[in-house]
Design a protein around this ligand. Structure first.
Ligand code: F6R
Length: 605
């Protein structure tokens, strides 16, 4: 949730770190801070500020020279956002500086112990415990001091440490929170997200849990917390630095919505096998015999990824005829689920770092289950923890709310469904039909995006609503859920999503002219049922916006989307509602890329 960036080399470090922090701000942004080594040996210089990175930048003095530094953008967990609670955390002698992502579970206990020894804490954070542990260590090397500290703490961490007595190095450690080394020419970087690195280098090493590293300007070394050297071969990041730019759009959300035709093209590329009307998924690690033995599929994810999983479950059940369902990973973990050896578990995550999903995967693996990942970030924790999986190839998603990753994840599920289906009961003809439908998606998405101006006009009307209802049936219900989440996240308008079939079991009581309903009305076998729901709403003077394949006369407005195969319609029907949420929030003057109280990657519980 928070962001770390560090540098050691010859360049003036402060501007470089501030730029890195700006690239990480989407992960958390209630306060930020920076430490650089002072040319005067034996002390570190620090600036911290509550607020955005630009607030920190405004405070950094003109003379803030240094060639080694660490910086942090925070999303508060322990202690309110404030200057003093911002990272880095220094010891009273200004010798040790620590930035930390994650949570120290035994912070209260360690704090009490340190206080009993006379330590005075400056902040309310759990992180400051780590600083004092390192500062008080009697070990000879910085590596040993950090090792002692991380052994004393329980919980999750990605940390970077500087020490005024060891100015030639930064020491980092990882457990449950990403730490990525950027390998440059006579300079080394570290960050919690490649976003902060790739303007400088695309050669990276991703640390594993339990690993540490020492970065020097011209060298790096990785080892375990027990001191055993590990092999770290740098990998090349596929994503271009330019993919993190706004590319002429006013917001990342708009850019990412607009990128969907290309993104969908990418997830399909190289995976379709026209000879057998099936799909090849290289990283699945599931042979046909094993695929035939699957008796159930259970999909786990959070938020938008959970909604993508709901659509995915429908696709798998429909095409492969394997009973499938999706559940929020956060709920699954805590209900002591029966883990069945014949069930295929699928963890869905854009970031590949969401703690609840990762913890569910680890619990499943511990119990001997087979777990696949459907993930966007290559090499992320969930991708590495899973037995195999499908990358969704959406490219970097910077806006806090997910759009293109959602769409690509659903397409990835459609590919998986065809793959499993063709091994089992999906006929050649149906395989071909779905593949042809998949190929039409990029152009059809573009057609929907070309209608943006009309959706913008509708949004002006909805920006006045206090609350909105979203309904859909079977395949349309997860579309309604996702559209309602998108609207509430960025506009802060209250929104509810219900299966259209449930209306008369309660929510119909809410319907009146001031509560508009968005209805998903595909031209499929449930069309008449959906129309009946529109009648029910109209009879109560409710206003209706339908997303449909043809004008709906009971609706006040219809957004007409192109028809694809019934199974793939949910992919297209979600797109205009991303634009609706976007333009509604824009009309309300919201901070679209950084909605209040939310962060991109939820790496804590
Ligand atoms: C909403 C959104 C979140 C994420 C959720 C899981 O727009 O993006 O609901 O989907 O926090 O994140 P990932 O997919 O990274 O596991």
């Amino acid at each position: 949730m928070c962001g770390i960036v560090g540098y050691i080399g010859k360049r003036d470090v402060a501007p470089l770190l501030l730029e890195g922090l700006a690239r990480l701000e989407y992960r958390g942004y209630d306060s930020a801070g920076i430490v650089v080594n002072s040319p005067k040996a034996g002390a570190l210089k620090m600036v911290k500020a509550k607020g955005r990175v630009r607030d920190l930048e405004a405070r950094v003095p003109k003379r803030f020279a240094g060639t080694t530094g660490i910086a942090h953008t925070r999303w508060a967990t322990h202690g309110a956002p404030s200057d003093v609670n911002s990272h880095p955390h220094l010891d009273p002698e200004n010798k040790v500086a620590v930035v930390h992502n994650g949570i120290v579970d035994n912070a209260a206990e360690l704090r009490a112990k340190l206080e009993a020894e006379g330590v005075v804490f400056a902040s309310e954070t759990d992180t400051e415990v780590i600083t004092h542990l390192i500062a008080r260590s009697q070990a000879d090397t910085l590596e040993e001091k950090v090792r002692e500290a991380v052994k004393a703490i329980d919980g999750t961490y990605g940390i970077a440490v500087m020490h005024a007595d060891f100015t030639d190095r930064i020491v980092v450690a990882r457990n449950g929170s990403p730490v990525i080394l950027g390998i440059g020419e006579k300079e080394m970087l570290v960050a919690s997200d490649v976003a902060a690195l790739i303007a400088h280098t695309r050669q990276v090493v991703t640390l594993n849990d339990g690993e540490m590293a020492t970065l020097k300007a011209d060298d790096f070394r990785t080892y375990t917390t027990s001191g055993t050297t590990t092999n770290a071969t740098p990998e090349t990041v596929e994503w271009e630095a330019a993919s993190y730019d706004m590319g002429g759009h006013d917001t990342y959300m708009h850019k990412e919505i607009s990128e969907q035709p290309d993104a969908v093209d990418r997830v399909l590329r190289g995976r379709i096998d026209d000879r057998f009307n099936t799909v090849h998924l290289g990283g699945l690690n599931l042979d046909p015999r094993e695929a035939r033995g699957i008796r159930r599929v259970k999909i786990l994810g959070c938020g938008t990824s959970y909604h993508a999983g709901l659509i995915g479950a429908g696709l798998i059940e429909g095409m492969a005829r394997i009973p499938a369902d999706a559940e929020p990973a956060s709920e699954f973990r805590y209900r002591n689920p029966v883990v069945d050896p014949d069930t295929l578990y699928i963890a869905v995550s854009q970031s590949g770092e969401t703690y609840d999903v990762l913890a569910a995967v680890q619990e499943l693996k511990r119990k001997g289950a087979r777990v696949l990942g459907v993930v966007n970030v290559v090499g992320s924790a969930i991708a590495r923890e899973a037995d195999g999986g499908v990358y969704v190839h959406a490219g970097p998603e910077v806006c806090v709310v997910s759009t293109k990753c959602f769409t690509n994840t659903v397409v990835a599920f459609a590919l998986l469904a065809v793959h499993l289906g063709r091994i089992r009961d999906l006929s050649v003809t149906d395989g071909k039909r779905i593949i042809e439908g998949l190929r039409k998606l990029p152009a059809q998405i573009q057609e929907i995006l070309d209608g943006e101006e009309d959706i913008k006009k509708l949004a002006a009307e909805f920006a006045e609503a206090k609350s909105m209802m979203f309904i859909g049936r079977v395949r349309g219900y997860p579309v309604a859920l996702e559209a309602s989440l998108k609207l509430k996240e960025i506009s802060y308008i209250h929104a509810e999503a219900y299966p259209a079939s449930e209306l008369k079991h309660g929510p119909l009581a809410l319907i009146e002219p001031s509560l508009p309903t968005v209805a998903i009305v595909p031209d499929d076998d449930l069309l008449e049922k959906n129309r009946a729901a529109l009648e029910e709403i109209k009879a109560r003077s409710g206003r209706i916006l339908a997303v449909a394949h043809r004008e709906q006369e009971k609706a006040d407005h219809t957004i007409v989307v192109p028809k694809n195969e019934d199974e793939l319609d949910p992919i297209l029907m979600g797109i205009p509602l991303q634009l609706l949420a976007y333009h509604t929030a824009l009309a309300m003057g919201r901070d679209i890329d950084k909605p209040r109280n939310l962060a991109k990657s939820v790496t804590v519980e």
